[in-house]
Ligand binder design. Structure first.
Ligand code: BES
Ligand code: ZN
Length: 628
């Protein structure tokens, strides 16, 4: 990866315009890395503050208005470049009034560069624009797709490179800026952002927001709908549609404790409040760490608080990801690997050692499966921690490897130096690089200087970072609970009735492990026996249900197919959709089913899920119900 060193002398050439909380660059620290997924040239001209004035038209499904930027320029800079995709640019104004020339570059998978001509001494740029019909960050839901069924809903998803589809912006994780926004929505609806938020509905539908800490573009987020807020602790609370908000508040009762636990581990929480918004089921991810306001899927409302590790994960991103940010998507593991480690530490402190071990094992199983799949397709480079996503949509290369191989490396380091030293190292890392971005090379150098050399440790770091698969010195997680689950499976496989299985005290994680380790080739009779004993088809826990449905497809257990159809039609979380459709796609009968269900469900999914599924199912645009 090319890294543009930005020496202090060059930093002096910058005229800092507008307000920015960004610390000054430190000696010898490169501050802008070439990002292969952005057209911006931040070393020439960059944004430091964004002020949005937008109107959200829920009927026309369009966002329009102005984005005004304070900018910092290198001496003699004559232009500033933004990323856009599918935006209609109406005009561009410099400072307080002068219209200026601009041009749009060629269209590619990165969208189009917007080049704006600057005048000497320009301090701000205002772009008037509206979004296009296919803006991929936005999902517009009609009332039927919400829980209340009475009001439309909108949410955005920025990561990885989708913010450019609803705001003209320098869409690189290495470029940070503060923002404020004025957002007009239909009366009666509430708007919330990754910023300081309202807790009640405004009668006029006009909302204002501020984010005073500098963040990268992928963390700008907006949701609009019939929302209510319920506080959980002093600094934590939950937003959701009114008919779900109490259930959500009950499910996330541990949030405040997670926050104080996280602070005790790695230092102060620097974002003020930490709230979660539970979105309609079409949200394509489990969670998204939008600062101050995590966006979450309703599929974690299991009714027994068993899936709240996801909240710990998104909260942990407030340090790993939002505070210290991967410089480019090739360094994605620095966001996710660190976050999985941190998530595990929060869960261990809040729910105990065994819970954390089970979580580690489930993650390791996912990792082995992902590595095997990628290696089977010859995609060895996608099993490296450092990715090479130049020329590709970053979304294609971001997989479990960043999460779980990243976690495994940190776990190994923890074991080598002991927890006390490793915790001090991590805390120092977050403090030293707060509100900055980090390349893999920067991290490796920091690790060397601050941990490996001082401790006299030799480690195959290069193999971990740039080698394929999981290195041999990875530590195997162990869980007594899972050993017991395996023993029960063995008893059942050798003739004990399913009802005799000793599942006393089993949690969601036990059941996930159980379903993942049943013998191959179960006939209808065996599947029925399991279903009668444990009512899997009727299970309301999305993790357990999706694991069961995968098994039902594999073993052609058709009594569960109506439930499968219903699940695939209502839930849009890609992590659940992909394995189920992939499993269907393996047989002739299943392929037909997949095509039929998908043609009805595709319109309910977010563009992120649609993209992956169109490819998996070789979907052709001209079929019925194609809305994207
Ligand atoms: N930042 C990710 C979600 C993401 C990754 C969005 C890549 C776009 C591109 C988020 O923090 C995440 O990892 N979510 C997981 C949950 C987690 C518990 C592993 C998910 O959505 O399943
Ligand atoms: Zn994450």
């Amino acid at each position: 990866m090319r890294s543009l060193s930005f020496a202090p002398a060059a930093a002096l050439l910058f005229i800092l315009a507008g307000c920015s909380n960004e610390p000054e660059p430190k000696d010898n620290q490169p501050i802008f890395t070439m990002d292969p997924h952005s057209h911006a040239h931040p070393q020439e001209a960059r944004i430091t503050h964004l002020s949005l004035d937008l109107e959200v038209d829920m009927e026309a499904k369009q966002v329009s208005g102005t984005a005004r930027y304070d900018i910092a320029l290198a001496k003699d800079a004559e232009r500033i470049i933004f990323d856009t995709e599918g935006l209609a640019i109406e005009r561009v104004i410099l400072d307080d009034g002068e219209e200026t020339a601009y041009s749009l570059g060629d269209t590619s998978f990165l969208g189009r560069a917007l080049m704006v001509t600057l005048a000497p001494g320009t301090r701000s740029v205002t772009i008037a624009y509206r979004t296009g019909p296919g803006a991929r960050a936005l999902q517009w839901l009609n009332p039927q797709q919400t829980s209340g069924k009475r009001h439309p809903f909108l949410f955005t998803q920025g990561q990885a490179i989708l913010t450019r589809t609803w705001i003209p912006i320098q869409d690189s994780p290495g470029i940070r800026f503060t923002y404020e926004a004025r957002v007009q929505v239909p009366k009666g609806l509430m708007a919330v952002m990754s910023a300081e938020n309202p807790t009640t509905v405004n009668t006029d539908g006009a909302y204002t927001f501020r984010m005073d800490q500098p963040i990268p573009a992928y963390l700008i987020a907006l949701a609009v709908g019939d929302l209510a807020f319920v506080p959980i602790g002093e600094r934590t609370g939950v937003y959701a549609e009114p008919d779900m908000v109490q259930k959500a508040a009950w499910e996330f009762a541990d949030m405040e404790r997670m926050l104080t636990t996280a602070e005790a581990l790695y230092g102060d929480y620097r974002w003020g409040r930490y709230d979660v918004i539970v979105l309609p089921p079409s949200f394509p991810f489990g969670g998204m760490e939008n600062p101050r306001l995590t966006f979450a899927t309703p599929t974690i409302l299991a009714g027994d608080r068993s899936l709240t590790a996801l909240v710990a994960h998104e909260l942990a991103h407030s340090w790993s990801g939002n505070l210290v940010t991967n410089a480019t998507w090739n360094d994605f593991w620095l966001n996710e690997g660190f976050t999985v480690y941190f998530e595990n530490r929060i869960c261990e402190a809040v729910y105990g050692d065994e819970y954390a071990r089970m979580l580690q094992l489930l993650g390791r199983q996912d990792l082995h499966a992902t590595i095997a799949k990628l290696q089977g397709k010859g995609q060895h480079a996608d099993t490296h921690l450092r990715l090479h996503l130049e020329g590709r949509d970053p979304d294609e290369g971001m997989n479990d490897v960043a999460y779980e191989k990243g976690f495994a490396l940190l776990k190994l380091l923890e074991e080598k130096v002991g927890r006390t030293k490793f915790d001090a190292f991590l805390r120092g890392y977050f403090d030293a690089h707060a509100f900055r971005s980090m390349t893999t090379d920067d991290f490796v150098a920091y690790l060397d200087d601050h941990l490996l050399k001082p401790e006299g440790i030799e480690l195959n770091v290069a193999e971990w970072i740039d080698g394929a698969g999981l290195p041999d010195n990875a530590i195997e997680p162990q869980s007594d609970s899972f050993t017991k689950v395996e023993a029960e499976i063995a008893r059942w496989a050798s003739g004990t009735a399913a009802r005799q299985i000793d599942a006393q005290g089993w949690t969601t994680f036990h059941w996930m492990h159980f379903l993942r380790h049943l013998p191959e080739g179960l006939d209808g009779q065996k599947m029925k026996e399991l279903d009668e004993a444990f009512a899997f088809t009727a299970n309301g826990n999305a993790e357990v249900l999706s694991a069961w449905l995968e098994l039902c497809i594999r073993n052609d257990y058709d009594p569960a197919f109506d439930r499968l159809d219903q699940f695939l039609t209502t839930v849009g979380r890609r992590k659940f959709l992909m394995p189920l459709y992939a499993e269907l796609n393996k047989s002739e009968k299943g392929r037909l089913m997949a095509q039929t269900i998908y043609s009805g469900a595709r319109g309910n999914y977010h563009s992120v899920s649609v993209r992956s599924l169109d490819e998996l199912l070789a979907w052709k645009e001209n079929r019925p119900a194609a809305k994207f």
